[in-house]
Design a binder for this molecule. Structure first.
Ligand code: MD6
Ligand code: FE
Length: 203
């Protein structure tokens, strides 16, 4: 039996060449060294720490703490606005989506050795029809994409540095996660590991 990938799912291998990857990573490291250091979130209610640390670009940033998941204009630790969205990210949004407005948030997730991300649907955004564009940088990752119901059949895909995934249409509401990082296979991230950038509309 074969199953098809959900409609609205796009996989664009090696969308960014090595030079473009390095430019994006420079923006990430500058943000992290400046007003937007990586911080550890916590699961709502339980307060269990989230192993993958994060930061953001753009007018709004995704934060997770005991009170819940939400978007905030200021970094929870520094109290500063998130750094502006790099132009290359505004450009890729325009190239890959038909959405009439620019992304409001770019979540920067940094996966270190042994980190994974459980199956989830991104639903903290107002408009679940707006696409999400996801960029992988650094160590490869095993990505899992399921259906709109938890526990159904899934597809598995290896994402490498420079690869881009778009979740739009039906796929926007599908479960997905990261099973594993192939730690140390890439040297492009200065601090090691994998960086994932996700561009989102919030409101
Ligand atoms: C990751 N990606 O690649 C996890 N979310 O590290 C996501 O959770 C994701 O790839 C929304 C849309 C696209 C994604
Ligand atoms: Fe997600």
């Amino acid at each position: 039996m074969t199953t098809h990938l959900p409609s609205g799912f796009q996989y664009l291998p090696e969308y960014f060449d090595r030079t473009a990857q390095k430019e994006l990573l420079e923006a990430v490291t500058n943000a992290a060294r400046g007003d937007a250091p990586f911080f550890q979130g916590h699961m709502p209610r339980t307060g269990v720490p989230i192993s993958v640390v994060g930061s953001n670009f753009g007018p709004l940033g995704w934060v997770a703490d005991i009170k819940g998941y939400r978007y905030e204009p200021l970094h929870p630790k520094t109290g500063k606005p998130w750094p502006p969205m790099p132009k290359a990210l505004l450009d890729i949004w325009d190239e890959l989506t038909n959405y009439p407005m620019p992304p409001e948030a770019c979540l920067i997730n940094w996966y270190r050795e042994g980190n994974k991300m459980g199956m989830h649907v991104d639903r903290d955004e107002h408009d679940l029809n707006a696409p999400i564009v996801s960029i992988s940088l650094g160590d490869p990752a095993r990505y899992r994409l399921g259906g709109q119901q938890r526990g159904g059949k899934t597809h598995s895909l290896k994402l490498s540095s420079g690869d881009v995934v778009v979740l739009a249409g039906e796929a926007r509401k599908c479960y997905h996660g990261i099973d594993k990082i192939f730690y140390g296979q890439s040297t492009i991230v200065p601090m090691g590991g994998r960086i994932n950038l996700t561009l989102r509309r919030v409101n």
